[in-house]
Design a protein around this ligand. Sequence first.
Ligand code: PLP
Length: 425
Amino acid sequence: MKKNIETLCIHGGWRAGKGEPQQLPIYQSTTFRYETSDQMARLFDLEESGYFYTRLANPTNDAVARKIAALEGGVGAVLTSSGQTASFFAIINICQAGDHFITSNNIYGGTFNLFGVTLKKMGIECTFVDSDWDDERIEAEFLPNTKCFFGETISNPGGRIFDIERFADMAHRHGVPLIVDNTFATPVNCRPFEWGADIVTHSTTKYMDGHACQVGGCVVDSGNFDWEAQHDRFTCLTEPDESYHGLTYTTAFGKMAYTTKLVVQLMRDLGSIPAPQNSFLLNIGLETLALRMRQHCANATKVAEWLSNNDKVGWVSYAALPSDKDHALACKYLPDGTSGVIAFGLKGSREEAIRFMDNLDFISIVTHVADARTCVLHPASHTHRQLTDEQLKDAGISPDMIRLSVGIENVDDIIADLQQAMDKM
Ligand code: PLP
């Protein structure tokens, strides 16, 4: 039976059998027992599926991955120990030394660093493009060794909206998949596969958890990208893997080729699984995701309107506002709401922003974002402090930018706290 997103948030991934626990159990075990040596050997050869070691697969982790795959409309998903690992694995599953990929420059600072510095050290080159450039200028950046295109549905912290359909078409014209980080939108507000994206990543640390209790990530595969149609470009999937007795992922697993490789090769060799306990906590967060997203968006819209009408505020970036430059894209991709995250600047210097934040009462200064509790951060001093002024500009971050992550408290209290902090300026 086809289920709506609210129902999938509750029931996706786990269904108790007769006499089994209604709540997803925590399989806090590294390993799983077999009767004969041959039974286990067949699992190692991927001839049978089953659990044998939690670094590769664990029933609690798998149930939550299935739920996220169902929410996104994908064929498979893999949980990772953080959102950073999800971005890293999503790329290196199809890129190796000597390869190249393209990313929008409106992305989270940690991802910017991962792509521009760490992957570069591993021999993978990344070109940063501005999505405001025209198609011709961006398409000129595709090279024969380009393997994918990357962007964030709603960028952190700038709140820019990624034109998924435009970049999916562009990536496909050049024979590569589009990977979209859907962390801020969540599948409640946008499902990038419906617009042509091929792979979705998440920092599940954010809204999916929603209570700031676990760090995690997820890679979801739509199963739609035809790797065999680009056989020579993606030999990592279309030719035998010598570390798996010459098995070819596309032949053996079809639409599950990308997901299977990520588990049996990357997880096998690099680890980075979440603890089953963390997946259990994530699952509790997911149960209320649809409800919470509605409240985050309703509160943030009121706060963004209030900020826009405030004399002390210089600018506000929140795509749900009709005055926002990305409003048309928000209406197309996120008609039910964007997220709770607003970027704004006060009139005055960078120091004014810091003084304002220090004046806040229950709204906390934290590195975190997308939490039930309202919180703030100054990207230039915190998350993006490794970036040069030039890179900050390229990433759309001004020195006065405050990132306000609107929670699900009573909106009048949130506005009252912002008001009293401004009154003290
Ligand atoms: N992607 C986005 C959009 C993020 O905002 C973050 C973290 O803030 C990440 C990825 C990295 O996730 P994590 O902190 O779970 O490693």
